[in-house]
Ligand binder design. Structure first.
Ligand SMILES: Nc1ncnc2c1ncn2[C@@H]1O[C@H](COP(=O)(O)OP(=O)(O)O)[C@@H](O)[C@H]1O
Ligand SMILES: O=P(O)(O)OC[C@H](O)CO
Length: 506
């Protein structure tokens, strides 16, 4: 049977997905399964690694069967995943020593704060491109070694393995447990030197993590190994790995410096390709590895917004003013503007570029004339305003105007949001036919490695923009709205703690 398809596995924070793509980049079949979110204490978030593996293997098989295919018709598998989430397991048994500690988990915040007080922030930023924050893997690995009985002794004896979710999946997919990761995932651990692309001895010493636990760092597009025959009867090359936001950047084909994508999901993640040099941000963005293909490495600046589509979920689940996320658009369109209502959705503090953990969600400008429609409109506008703040930081870092933003993710389906986004940015917003660019990016990386696709020129033609939103609103009106937004952001930062607004990392 000819190998007609590439299978992309997208292991996300709330669900495991598998999508089978054909040579035209069309979806042939897909399957998705949610898994358990474990909240042992306030601020702690865990996943069961075995459930991650079981759901991911399950949807891989399901998507293939739905297409009426089997493993023999799959040319390669590409893996993309929630980043930073930390798993430690026994090399001998393959059993995790503890649950996966998820990127959202804040249990190591005090430890990170202590590192800052002790003056390690600048070194970490220079070497890793990251802000000193509990978001990344290093402090989570250390927590496991310090808190799981026997773990440190076993780690020092070389008996334990650490990996982000990509490593965990590949270990389980391969006979004898291949222990690898790719540069994009490694760049989110806070242990990789993004200049040399090697694990950094000084950082390993700082976090007290034995080097023997770490996976081998590989490129994002190469054949790492092949699947054992428990999931598919035939062996399939595992040929692409990238963290989900980097995969979306590649899926959007932002392959040249200055090209930017924003993914509108639960949060928003905006990444800009900055070329082959890891330039540091001067405006509180992260510098991260975009991908490595062959010997060529590209880097990106990243701004993370914590609450985007999640605001719409809040309107649905907590306020009950809409029944589905999609209904927010019709509700918001009932009014021509927000009627002076301004919504800062800092439910979990503010991410880039403010990095203020103390800020809280705030609604300003309510009058007796305010309706659910005004609040819905202000919520949609808040997603666009937050994106503007990150984009301005990127423009300032890059020293060039951004005229085009490529968009994807569930909330990019909202036409009102996309038009308002173009108006606020004063830039064109390009939306591709297929919004599943994360999985598509993983498929591209795997397909390139096995020669399924010939090169970037071929990929560029596969998922073109099919909707362009151009700025059309009166700039003076938009500028007044932006000024009001910034007043509201300052006030939201004062609310929970009466301290000056901070630009310090959370
Ligand atoms: N039409 C819409 N308008 C605004 N937000 C939406 C719309 N449709 C979905 N969303 C939001 O998008 C998010 C889902 O997008 P998705 O890309 O699947 O996110 P994730 O991968 O983070 O789970 C949800 O938070 C949902 O509230
Ligand atoms: O799983 P997602 O889509 O919420 O993405 C999570 C990010 O990779 C976290 O850095």
């Amino acid at each position: 049977m000819p190998q007609q398809y590439i299978l992309a596995l997208d292991q996300g924070t709330t669900s495991s997905r598998a999508i089978l793509f054909d040579r035209q980049g069309h979806i042939v079949a897909q399957a998705q399964k949610e898994f358990t979110q474990i909240f042992p204490r306030p601020g702690w978030v865990e996943h069961d690694p075995l459930e991650i593996w079981a759901t991911q293997a399950g949807v891989a098989a399901e998507a293939t069967v739905k297409a009426g295919q089997n493993g023999r018709s799959i040319a390669a598998i590409g893996i993309t995943n929630q980043r930073e989430t930390t798993i430690v397991w026994h090399r001998q048994t393959g059993r995790p020593v503890y649950n996966a500690i998820v990127w959202q988990d804040r249990r190591t915040a005090a430890f990170c704060e202590q590192l800052r007080v002790d003056g390690h922030e600048e070194l970490i930023r220079q070497k890793t491109g990251l802000v000193l924050d509990a978001y990344f893997s290093a402090s989570k690995v250390r927590w496991i070694l310090d808190n799981v009985p026997g773990a440190r002794r076993q780690a020092e004896a070389g008996e334990l393995a650490f990996g982000t979710v990509d490593s965990w999946l590949i270990w389980n997919f391969t006979q004898g447990g291949l222990h690898v990761t790719d540069v994009t995932n490694a760049s989110r651990t806070m242990l990789l030197n993004i200049h040399s692309l090697q694990w950094d001895e000084e950082l390993l010493a700082l976090f007290d993590i034995p080097r023997s636990m770490l996976p081998v760092v590989r490129a994002s597009s190469e054949v790492y190994g092949e699947t054992k025959t428990t999931v598919f009867a035939s062996k399939i090359p595992l040929a692409g790995i990238a963290g989900d936001q980097q995969a979306a950047l590649f899926g959007q084909q932002c392959t040249g410096p200055g090209m930017v994508k924003n993914t509108y999901g639960t949060g928003c993640f905006m990444l800009m390709n900055i070329g082959e040099k890891p330039r540091a941000s001067r405006h509180n963005l992260l510098t991260t590895v975009a991908w490595q293909i062959g010997n060529q490495t590209q880097y990106a600046l990243e701004g993370s917004i914590f609450m985007a589509g999640a605001v719409v979920q809040w309107l649905r689940d907590q306020l009950g003013i809409i029944r589905t996320a999609a209904e927010v658009e019709a509700l918001a369109r009932q009014v021509p503007d927000s009627g002076g209502v301004c919504f800062v959705p800092a439910f979990a503090g503010l991410g880039a570029p403010h990095w203020n953990p103390h800020a809280r969600g705030t609604l300003f400008g309510l009058t007796r004339a305010s309706t659910a429609a005004h609040i819905a409109r202000a919520a949609v506008e808040a997603i666009a305003f937050q994106t503007l703040d990150v984009l301005r930081a990127m423009q300032a870092d890059a020293d060039l105007p951004i005229r085009e933003l490529r968009v994807d993710g569930g909330a990019a389906a909202n036409e009102l949001l996309m038009q308002f986004q173009a108006d606020v940015l004063g830039a064109r917003v390009l939306r591709p036919r297929l919004l599943e660019t994360t999985a598509l990016g993983a498929a591209y990386l795997a397909g390139l490695a096995v020669g399924y696709w010939g090169g970037l020129d071929e990929l560029r033609a596969l998922n073109p923009a099919d909707t362009t939103f151009a700025p059309q609103a009166d700039r003076a009106v938009i500028d007044a709205g932006v000024a009001q937004w910034h007043r509201a952001v300052r006030a939201a930062q004062h609310w929970a703690q009466d301290v000056p607004p901070t630009a310090a990392p959370a």
